[in-house]
Write a protein that binds this ligand. Structure first.
Ligand SMILES: Cc1cc2nc3c(=O)[nH]c(=O)nc-3n(C[C@H](O)[C@H](O)[C@H](O)COP(=O)(O)O)c2cc1C
Length: 358
């Protein structure tokens, strides 16, 4: 297999992180990246929420915020792609620079603050992709947010459900980005119950034959009590799953002292692995395996991906490790996971989900 990243990776790292990202999106949009999709080991296949996942490896939110490169990402071998976060109205996000590399720990700190082209532009693009004749197979979810200046957060999420619900395979309510003031307070019991109740009503109002499953994406910086509350509310209002987790505002010991570690924003990559996996395991125990979970945060190897699955994740997502290792990681995970699953005596990936909690 030609590893294009061996050439482009070092060149991209000469650019600022944000310029490297926009350049990568442009390169992918040319459609010239070699396709590596297809022929996933059948042991990796799952049906969740009535959707078929050929493999459990997804592109996390924040990479393709505006639905520009869905087909090329599926072509890299992802089983699913999450676009967004999308805000109702277009907004520029925070001033630059707003993304920083911590290469010694294969980590990033970002404070983009939901730069988004807005629901109308993104819905148009996603719709165009849906109607493409030569679109690749794969699941595409939409991650919804609120505008910074909005005085009514619930209204913003409801607008997202109406605009993207009919054309998304799943929807994510993102209440966990650290870069929009007040956003994470929506994880508290009362605001969360109200928000989820209202978005579920909006979803029912869509009158879709198969309404999109609704997932909640949470932060890793929550207490055990918060996690118990979120699990209880999620089960009682009847959402369909959780994504664990977003970036952390904490600075674990292994990043303190590194240049850029003091930048404001959410930390992602290797240093968030332990924290986010612990939170994932706790949520799995609280929800007793009743809600499928997506594990994300610091996955940088097939063994990390498998640890998330054993902790309770049915699916996993990647972002930061791709910046340092390139798309080869997707292939490596898909090749090694079946070996790890069989080594432990499981016949399907589903049997391995939550194995460490049993
Ligand atoms: C540059 C950057 C931008 C991100 N933007 C978003 C976003 O818009 N919405 C969201 O839900 N998560 C966003 N995330 C969080 C990721 O989806 C993921 O939850 C987090 O980075 C942990 O995974 P990782 O360690 O594999 O990167 C972003 C992450 C990064 C690094």
């Amino acid at each position: 297999m030609i590893d294009l990243f061996a050439v482009t990776g070092p060149l991209l790292r000469c650019l600022t992180p944000e310029r490297a990202h926009t350049t990568t999106i442009r390169l992918l949009a040319t459609g010239l990246a070699p396709a590596k999709a297809g022929n996933d080991d059948p042991i990796l296949a799952q049906r969740l929420w009535g959707l078929s996942f050929a493999n459990p490896v997804g592109m996390a939110a924040g990479f393709d915020k505006n639905a520009e490169v869905i087909n090329p990402l599926l072509g890299l071998g992802f089983g699913f792609v999450e676009i967004g976060t999308v805000t109702p109205r277009p907004q520029p996000g925070n001033p630059q620079p707003r993304c920083f590399r911590l290469p010694a720990r294969e980590a990033l700190i970002n404070r983009y603050g939901f730069n988004s082209e807005g629901l109308e532009a993104v819905a148009q693009r996603l719709n165009a992709w849906r109607h493409r004749r030569r679109r690749r197979a794969g699941v595409v979810g939409s991650n919804l947010g609120r505008n910074k200046e909005s005085s009514d957060a619930v209204h913003d999420y409801v607008a997202g459900v109406y605009a993207l619900g009919p054309i998304s395979d799943y929807l994510v309510i993102n209440v966990s980005s650290p870069n929009t003031p007040g956003l994470r307070a929506l994880q508290d019991r009362e605001p969360l119950t109200e928000l989820l109740g209202r978005v579920l009503e909006a979803r029912a109002d869509l009158c879709e034959k198969r309404p999109p499953p609704l997932l909640l994406k949470i932060a890793p910086d929550l207490t055990s009590e918060d996690l118990a509350t979120i699990s209880e509310v999620s089960l009682s209002v009847g959402i369909d799953g959780l994504i664990v987790s977003n970036t952390t505002i904490t600075r674990p010991d292994d990043v303190t002292g590194l240049p850029a570690a003091t930048e404001t924003g959410g930390l992602s990559g290797r240093p968030v692995f332990q924290l986010s996996t612990r939170v994932l395991a706790e949520i799995y125990k609280h929800t007793r395996g009743k809600l499928p979970l997506i594990g994300v945060g610091g996955i940088a190897s097939p063994e990390d991906a498998y640890a998330k699955i054993r902790a309770g994740a049915s699916l996993i997502q990647l972002y930061t490790a791709l910046v340092y290792q390139g798309p080869r990681l997707i292939h490596d995970i898909k090749t090694r996971l079946p070996e790890l699953i069989k080594r432990d005596g499981f016949k399907t990936i589903t049997e391995a989900v939550g194995a460490d909690a049993r």
